[in-house]
Design a protein around this ligand. Structure first.
Ligand SMILES: Nc1ncnc2c1ncn2[C@@H]1O[C@H](COP(=O)(O)OP(=O)(O)OP(=O)(O)O)[C@@H](O)[C@H]1O
Ligand SMILES: [Mg+2]
Length: 248
């Protein structure tokens, strides 16, 4: 594959430990993500998903191997986290938070900032009045939409979403996932969706990797993986997924 937007090759990530050898959280993973793909990274708690995500956007040093986004300008890779409410400044209104991003990164002329805030809110399905609210006045789903809007303000090419819906009720999860799917199309984004929940990944992803204890145990087209999981670990994960298709 030569048209990849992200190439990860033999990637190893270790955490140093005092008086002990380092802990190897990611043990030599390789995969590629293509432009405009909705790519899933799945696995149980502690398998190394967040470690991988942080390394991909430069928040953690790489021990060895390679993780490279191809031909992307600065700020083109944005992250969205699980704890949306906690990631917003409680003392600032939503409008102030979004305006600050626009101002700090000089993303639009000053006179257009409030209009841009309204546009961003509309893009994530929220009314313009939300600009006047504080994070505590909003639901978890609304806060997650705000953190998506904050990422969009940066004009990203790639969004890495680490458990973006795991703190939300199932019905709200579906709506936030639908929003990500719409944004992918509308903005021609590449999305990496990280989840411990196969049901979440199943609804939106084109391709996925399944991780177990820092290694990739399954890799492929999402439909094929769900129809015919090859690895016992994937079969085990799938068996644990309740049939919640009707919720979506
Ligand atoms: N800062 C750290 N120092 C040492 N070990 C860490 C650190 N962060 C994570 N680990 C360990 O690395 C492994 C992978 O952690 P990571 O957070 O990447 O897992 P995860 O798949 O994101 O899990 P979850 O689904 O719970 O978010 C775990 O065993 C964890 O204990
Ligand atoms: Mg994690």
């Amino acid at each position: 594959m030569s048209n990849a937007i992200l190439t990860v090759k033999d990637l190893v990530i270790e955490y140093p430990r005092a008086g002990k050898p380092p802990f190897r959280a990611v043990k030599g993973v390789s995969f590629e993500v293509k432009p405009n793909e909705f790519f899933g990274i799945v696995g149980e708690s502690g398998c190394g998903k967040s470690t991988l995500a942080k390394a991909l956007c430069g928040l953690l040093p790489i021990t060895s191997g390679e993780a490279a986004f191809h031909a992307l300008p600065a700020h083109a890779v944005q992250m969205v986290f699980q704890d949306a409410t906690g990631s917003l400044n409680p003392r600032m209104t939503i409008g102030q938070t979004l305006t600050e991003v626009l101002a700090v990164y000089d993303l639009c002329p000053k006179a257009q900032r409030s209009e841009m805030v309204a546009t961003l809110l509309e893009e994530v399905g929220l009314p313009a009045e939300v600009a006047l609210a504080y994070p505590r006045e909003l639901s978890g789903g609304q806060c997650q939409r705000i953190s998506i809007a904050r990422a969009l303000a940066m004009n990203p090419r790639v969004i890495i979403a680490d458990e973006p819906v795991s703190a939300l009720d199932v019905s709200v999860q579906a709506r936030v996932l639908n929003l990500l799917a719409q944004l992918r199309k509308r903005r021609n984004l590449t999305i990496l969706l990280i989840s411990h929940d196969l049901a979440v990944v199943r609804t939106v992803c084109d391709r996925l990797i399944v991780m177990n204890a820092g290694e990739i145990v399954e890799h492929g087209d999402a439909k094929a993986v769900f129809a015919r999981p090859q690895h016992p670990y994937t079969q085990h994960l799938l068996a644990a997924v309740p049939d919640i298709a009707e919720a979506y």
